[in-house]
Design a protein around this ligand. Structure first.
Ligand SMILES: Nc1ccn([C@H]2C[C@H](O)[C@@H](COP(=O)(O)O)O2)c(=O)n1
Length: 187
């Protein structure tokens, strides 16, 4: 199923496109199923895209040699992908094609975690526009909101993808899928 995705901004599109390149989409184990693909796009004050990033393993670190299990209770952290993966925001900040990203806006498909919030703040980014807040209650997200708010960084939710309910993913409210199960962005 290819879903028509109406975008209301080219920057949101950038975040979503980078998301498509994100770490191997794949089936994990029920009920966790698909791991999120996350994309980020940084835009300067002239509304020009200055960087894009997606979640991936660090350069030179082989996906297949590192664990792919999602971290959850009962799983050894070192045996999950959590300590190894670079988040989309980190990659977008590192990939910048300009001296710095001070005063920029970051478009991201998933609300930043606390580690990314610290990077965003220290990089001088002034605004976060996010698509999904599906981890709203995770402690990393709670800490992230605290930091971003203290640092005076505006955070706005923007729905840039039509809500799609799918019988294949009854657990998620919004998703984008391309070629049936080969790519899912699950929010
Ligand atoms: N703001 C975010 C949040 C998450 N990610 C990445 C990191 C992982 O690859 C994936 C989340 O996996 P989970 O914790 O659900 O097992 O999404 C990111 O890049 N940016």
């Amino acid at each position: 199923t290819t879903v028509a995705v109406p975008f209301n901004s080219v920057w949101g599109l950038g975040a979503l496109l980078s998301c498509i390149m994100s770490t191997k989409p794949g089936y994990v184990e029920p009920p966790l199923q698909y791991r999120p693909l996350v994309g980020a796009c940084i835009v300067n004050q002239e509304k020009k895209i200055v960087s894009i990033g997606y979640n991936s393993m660090p350069n030179g670190c082989d996906d297949d040699l590192l664990p792919w299990t999602r971290f959850k209770d009962g799983i050894d952290w070192l045996e999950s992908k959590t300590p190894y993966v670079c988040h989309a925001e980190l990659n977008a900040i590192m990939n910048k094609k300009c001296a710095d990203v001070k005063g920029c806006t970051i478009y991201v498909t998933l609300f930043p975690c606390n580690e990314c919030a610290k990077l965003i703040i220290q990089a001088g980014i002034r605004e976060v526009i996010f698509l999904s807040d599906m981890y709203h209650d995770r402690r990393e997200t709670v800490a992230s909101r605290t930091l971003l708010s203290m640092a005076g960084i505006k955070c706005n939710e923007k729905r840039i993808v039509r809500t799609l309910r799918t019988s294949q993913r009854p657990d998620v409210k919004t998703c984008m899928c391309v070629n049936n199960s080969s790519f899912y962005c699950a929010w």
